[in-house]
Design a protein around this ligand. Structure first.
Ligand code: PLP
Length: 489
């Protein structure tokens, strides 16, 4: 097949034009129809765009890692083990790296056997491998609403039917979960797993309460359901008491010092060390672990030996008081991110005050803000990027239907310097107030945030103004759930 030279907008990562796609259409697998471009792709692209203040990415601040230490550790790996570092490694990961993982999990009071751990290429790969292992088209996953925007394209790619449970300030309400499970049971459908981010949820910023954690584990045990516990942020707590992981609660329920037999735990070095390493892990019941391993063999054989050896060299470093240097670094991150969270909260008060509500996270990287119901943040993003040079993740990206969450946005405070946080929020606030004014003039009244009319009538796409959503293509799916569509095929 001849390569097209017509250019689909040009540039790396540019989306192909419709006529280019048409040439290849008949070759694509059916499952790719559910694979819509998610906000993540554009958000990742923004990391290379320096003229935009991006509050969009899930980025930690990697500039805080000492360059001399990075150089020293890389030299050490090169000097001591060039051949091993440049070689393939075991699919399940290197023993020394798994020891580091066991240490990180112990810092969250979660004790695991090294033989139950698999090293992965980021936590993202765990989500992919769990779906690869468990999901046939039309199978049900229960997730939070909103949910991690990076999981949305994965769930779509495996053609899962995702039931989203609206969260509140204490995370997923378990009574709502049980009602959904009852309904599914009445329909003869059994979820393959429940997906939750209990700590400082991405994107919601909220934390599941202890009572709900206990009840969730009970429900999983009563109904023999698997839970995928996604916990990248547990160690990034800025205030309050750490809460037990679902894994540890379930292990305690199993008793006799046993391992959890229903929770698949996802961890990552991305937020406590570096996402550039692309190293995460899963802990899972042995039969599931075995399948994850098989899935990983097909995906990438093994994760990078170079970065696994970097991690084990790093965990050998001592801090000033004889403790692991990695613990001191996490403490540095906690102090920095706590301050940035407070800077963002203050800026929100100044620039969004009276016109929006937002969460106040005890940890993690994100604040979730909800604006006047008539504002569509996908449209607002287009405006904010073009005229204000600022970006955020629009709420729709966190919903499988691509429609809910339209007036919310995810804001990252961790990866951005204080002044950029203030300026970024000021610019978004300006764009928001402009939209409110526009809406006001269209309805014949002038609105300025606080006075904005109560949004009793949800805004319809065709109403009032032309949608501006030409910057971020979000998954917009048709009305019927995937399972029904499948049956109709
Ligand atoms: C909730 C959640 N899960 C998984 C990931 C994947 O991270 P990584 O693949 O870098 O480990 C992220 C990254 O932002 C996340 O926020």
């Amino acid at each position: 097949m001849q390569r097209s030279t017509s250019g689909g907008g040009g540039g790396r990562g540019a989306r192909p034009a419709a006529h280019e796609l048409a040439r290849y259409e008949a070759l694509f697998a059916a499952r790719t129809r559910g694979m819509k471009s998610s906000a993540m792709r554009e958000m990742m692209a923004l990391t290379e765009q320096t003229d935009v203040i991006s509050l969009a990415g899930g980025l930690p601040d990697t500039s805080t890692f000492a360059p001399e230490l990075y150089a020293k550790l890389m030299s050490q790996v090169a000097a001591e083990s060039t051949a091993r570092a440049l070689q393939y490694g075991p699919t399940e990961g290197m023993t020394a790296t798994i020891e580091c993982i066991v240490e990180v999990m112990a810092a969250e009071n979660t004790f695991v056997d090294p033989s139950e751990v698999i090293v992965t290429t980021g936590g993202q790969q765990v989500i992919d491998l769990v779906c690869k292992t468990l999901i046939d088209p039309g199978d049900v996953i229960v997730a939070e609403a909103p949910t991690y925007p990076g999981a949305v394209p994965t769930f779509s790619a495996y053609e899962a039917d995702v039931e989203q449970i609206e969260i509140d300030s204490d995370g997923m309400p378990i009574d709502a979960l049980e009602a959904t499970l009852d309904r599914l049971q009445a329909e003869g459908r059994r979820p393959k797993f429940i997906y939750t981010i209990p700590n400082f949820q991405n994107p919601g910023g909220v934390t599941m309460s202890l009572a709900r954690r206990r009840r969730l584990v009970e429900v999983a045990r009563e109904r023999e359901l698997l839970v995928l516990e996604d916990n990248p942020y547990g160690l990034l707590r800025y205030e309050g008491e750490a809460l037990p992981t679902l894994y540890s609660l379930d292990a305690a329920a199993v008793g006799r010092g046993g391992a959890s037999d229903l929770v698949i735990y996802l961890g990552t070095f991305s937020k406590i060390l570096s996402p550039g390493l692309r190293l995460g892990w899963a802990v899972a019941p042995r039969p599931v672990l075995e399948k994850l391993n098989l899935g990983k063999q097909g995906a990438d054989l093994c994760s990078s030996s170079v970065t696994q050896m970097f991690v084990s060299a790093y965990f050998g470093e001592q801090g000033a008081h004889g403790e692991g240097a990695w613990r001191t670094y996490v403490e540095t991150l906690r102090n920095l991110y706590r301050r940035r969270r407070d800077v963002m909260l203050e800026a929100l008060e100044t620039h969004f005050g009276g016109a929006a509500s937002w969460t106040r996270p005890d940890g993690g990287l994100f604040i979730w803000a909800t604006l006047d119901e008539r504002i569509d943040t996908t449209d607002l993003l287009a405006l904010a990027r073009k005229s204000e040079g600022v970006a955020f993740v629009p709420g729709r990206a966190a919903y499988m239907d691509g429609r809910s969450g339209a007036s919310s946005m995810r804001l990252n405070f961790a990866g951005v310097p204080d002044d950029d946080i203030r300026e970024g929020i000021r610019r978004i606030g300006k764009a928001m107030r402009e939209q409110l004014r526009l809406l006001g003039s269209l309805t014949g009244s002038v609105l300025t945030g606080a006075e904005s009319a109560p949004a009793s009538e949800p805004r319809r796409e065709s109403e009032g103004q032309t949608p501006l959503a030409d910057v971020v293509a979000l998954p917009r799916r048709d009305q019927s759930p995937p399972a029904r569509r499948r049956r109709d095929r």
